[in-house]
Write a protein that binds this ligand. Structure first.
Ligand code: FES
Length: 169
């Protein structure tokens, strides 16, 4: 709850003399200032309503020596970013060797940012025209990370993504 701290608004009076001609400093003469605490109803600027968030898990394309897959995690505000940007912001590798050198920078024209959505497909946008072109013959769970918006500003939940190994693309 927001509060304001006000000071009692007494008018300032310069030096005064008491009846006997004695000088009194203003601090002796004026009443003490009082602090007043006022509560304000409604939302406070310190705590704006929180926006829905999407949790993301990124599974490595290849297993470790023990057969397990490394998982990296990130969180994003729903509907604000593309999957590619989220991975870039969190330093999560998206491209295989060729894509690192030759990707189109997120323009939807190279097809090197393909990922598989393991879980949470319903929290993403529909395939764009670029995806319909590049992924026409690929499984429905495959997406171009540069075309995939994570969340719709209202939903929240968890999306699990696996990077596709180069040999599968
Ligand atoms: S980065 Fe080129 S299609 Fe996604």
């Amino acid at each position: 709850m927001a509060c304001m701290h006000l000071t009692n608004a007494m008018s300032f009076r310069p030096e005064r003399f008491s009846g006997a001609g004695k000088y009194h400093k203003p601090a002796d003469f004026l009443p003490r200032r009082k602090s007043v605490l006022i509560s304000c109803a409604g939302s406070s600027p310190e705590s704006p309503p929180s926006k829905p968030e999407i949790e993301l898990e990124f599974i490595a394309p290849k297993p470790e020596n023990d057969g397990s897959y490394a998982v990296e995690k990130a969180t994003a505000i729903s509907g604000e970013k593309l999957l590619r940007s989220i991975m870039k912001d969190n330093k999560i590798e998206l491209y295989a060797t060729y894509g690192k050198l030759m990707n189109c920078g997120g323009g939807g024209s190279c097809g090197t940012c393909i990922v598989e959505i393991i879980d949470g497909k319903d929290l993403l946008n529909e395939r764009t025209n670029a995806e319909l072109k590049y992924l026409k013959k690929k499984p429905e769970s495959w997406r171009l990370a540069c075309q995939t918006i994570v969340g719709n500003k209202e939903n929240s939940g968890k999306v699990v993504v696996q990077r596709i190994p180069q040999w599968k693309k």
